[in-house]
Design a protein around this ligand. Sequence first.
Ligand code: SF4
Length: 362
Amino acid sequence: MVLDNQTQNKTATGEKKAKLNVGVPRALYYYKFFPFWHEMLTRMGCDIVLSPPTNKKILEMGATFSSSELCVPVKLYFGHILWLLENKPNLDYIFVPRYVSLNKYHYFCPKFLALPDTVRNTVKPKIPVLEWEINAKKRANIESAIILGRKIGIEKEEAGKAYIYAINRFKQFQNLQRKGVLFHDAMHRMYPRLVKKKRKMRNKSGDEEIDKNYPITILVLGHPYNTYDPLINLNLAERLEKYHVNVIMLEQLPEETFKKRVTINRHFHNYWNMEEELLQGARHFLLDAKDEIDGVIFLISFACGPDSLIQELIMRDFKKMKIPFLDLILDEHSGESGMVTRIESFIDMIRRKKYRDLIETK
Ligand code: SF4
């Protein structure tokens, strides 16, 4: 293992200890849990090295490397791993979590359950994989943190403290999101060194005045790696904001929204973790906050089994309530112009319907 002797920190006992450089792919649950990973690993004496925001080269590397049957978020994950291997060969580890379950009812999608194995056996990285298993059905998360700490030579007590510190910092991050700060901006506020500020997109349409005077609100549903990776969703949030659309994402909803399980019917229960959050978010608007949104955009990964089922159920309910619904299927071949045209027509249709009398008399 290559250790950079220049970067040293002190342990709780005061002795000098070399810092480990740990690479984190900016993909999949980076878009949900990165602040937590960052705080915990940093407290355990690691330096975090992030791969860059997804770019065309990373997408191409991931798509070329992966089997065509995989969903695009996993292809991107491989792209980011390959980028780290090529550009940061001196890393001590690449962090690859194995998310199994966060509670006794649900499982993560099998791609997450097998992620460290898939990376080891397909990419065969020269840099060791630092695996962290989160499985609430098997052990408390703090115990998982202690196991992780042991792998990198951190004492039990220190690892436990790092975990608790990370939980508290992660809550601060989630509170920012609940106040309406979207993921990227919240990340920039907490980690300006790692995440640069984004430039706003400019509205070049001739309808700027109409857009500004007649705002609408759209709920964007989807897995966080689809809703927040700007390359794969063609900058959806910024694009909507450019047209004066208020964007609501799952992470902005009150904590209580996610406490009670959704009952689909007597025979059918959902067992997927992320899909449960989508159902809970949809339920919030269908039952309690219907008037707070004018439409829904659902981002689905091509070849995603859980999405294809849950999206259909959610779409039917919104259609019953007469709330406009647009689904966009994402893959590495998503054509920008076709997708942008569909988004623009959707928001134009909603705005004209909502403000019909006002806009037509202009
Ligand atoms: S839930 Fe769907 S999109 Fe996410 S990793 Fe699994 S298959 Fe891919």
